[in-house]
Design a protein around this ligand. Structure first.
Ligand code: NAP
Length: 295
């Protein structure tokens, strides 16, 4: 694992990428990104010198890290908690969708510029398509959560043309802030918010439930929605992932619903970042196999 001080000491002959967070010890990104680079090197030996690092820096160290990585010729970085929002003011350019999401998870260094984009929404969409066979377009969506992941997910659903979006959250403040930001870019006819514990919205039977609260990480966590709500929907995508499917995914499956956890989102967001940095198609299957093996 690298810190600010060790980045400066890296041997110059390699091409570097990395994931930056605090803490970062448990990130799976180096596992599947390096697996992809090794696979890509079989067809193109120039990728033999590419390496994806794990980098731990505190928020106050992020400006210095970006400067060192740009000057040192890094190809790009992924950002994770707590850097996705703070990085916005450190960039030369921001992709318009990332600006609507209010978060950046991918930084590219090009022509001495630092450019931000967000591949989380793409990862979510591809994850849903590949595991549930569902498209966000024309789909009624009920999304639980109003944190960082929910923000990217809501923008992706609205950008891809979901037919309606219900957003549920525990705390009113965060829900209201999210709705206010979305209403700056999208029509109020397309969305409505509700508080967890309030009456469940009357959603149609083809609704996709996207679970983006942090509930489910611990086995003792309560279900983020009631079984009454699960009974109403067609499919569930739970952003939370781990060695085993979450309790919510298991419950939904036991009720005969299509349900998947967020591992495919993780891999597809990383695959999109890697394709931005390399300009090439990347071996998503190899990445998914590598992460499953690690788990
Ligand atoms: P975050 O910004 O901290 O937001 C947390 C969300 O969970 C908020 O909506 C919060 O509600 C809700 N929450 C937390 N504890 C709760 C509880 N006890 N009861 C009800 N609601 C609760 O986190 P985030 O970055 O959005 O991440 C959320 C989850 O998505 C995490 O588990 C993360 O690992 C996962 N994720 C997965 C991927 C992937 O690639 N699969 C990508 C990003 C994130 P309040 O507003 O009421 O606090």
């Amino acid at each position: 694992m690298h810190q600010l001080s060790t980045i400066e000491l890296l041997p110059p002959e390699k091409e570097y990428l990395g994931v930056v967070g605090f803490p970062i010890k448990h990130s799976l990104s180096p596992v599947f990104q390096n697996a992809a680079l090794r696979e890509m090197a079989k067809g193109n030996p120039s990728f033999e010198s590419w390496e994806y690092l794990r980098i731990e820096v505190k928020p106050e160290e992020l400006p210095e890290l970006l400067k060192i990585c740009r000057d040192r010729g890094f190809r790009g970085l992924n950002l994770t908690l707590p850097h996705k929002v703070e990085v916005l003011e450190l960039l030369d350019e921001i992709d318009p969708v990332a600006a609507k999401m209010g978060a950046v998870n991918t930084v590219s260094f090009q022509n001495n510029k630092t450019i931000g984009s967000n591949t989380d929404g793409y990862g979510l969409s591809k994850g849903i398509e590949t595991t549930l066979g569902m498209s966000l377009k024309d789909r009624p969506i009920l999304l639980m959560g109003a944190g960082g992941a929910a923000r990217a997910a809501c923008v992706q659903c609205l950008e891809e043309g979901c037919s309606h979006l219900w957003i549920g959250n525990r705390s009113k403040d965060r829900l209201d802030a999210l709705l206010e930001d979305l209403l700056a870019s999208y029509s109020p006819d397309r969305m409505e918010g509700f508080l967890t514990g309030d009456e469940i919205p009357d959603v149609p039977g083809d609704t996709l439930l996207i679970q983006s609260t942090s509930l489910g990480l611990k086995p003792e966590d309560p279900l983020p929605v009631t079984e009454e709500l699960l009974a109403k929907i067609e499919g569930l995508y739970d952003l939370v992932y781990g060695k085993e499917p979450t309790r919510l995914v298991r419950t939904a499956r036991s009720m005969g619903k299509l349900a998947a956890d967020g591992l495919t989102m993780l891999v597809h967001q990383g695959a999109k970042s890697l394709s931005i940095w390399t300009g090439e198609e990347v071996p998503v299957d190899v990445m998914l196999d590598a992460v499953k093996l690690k788990l």
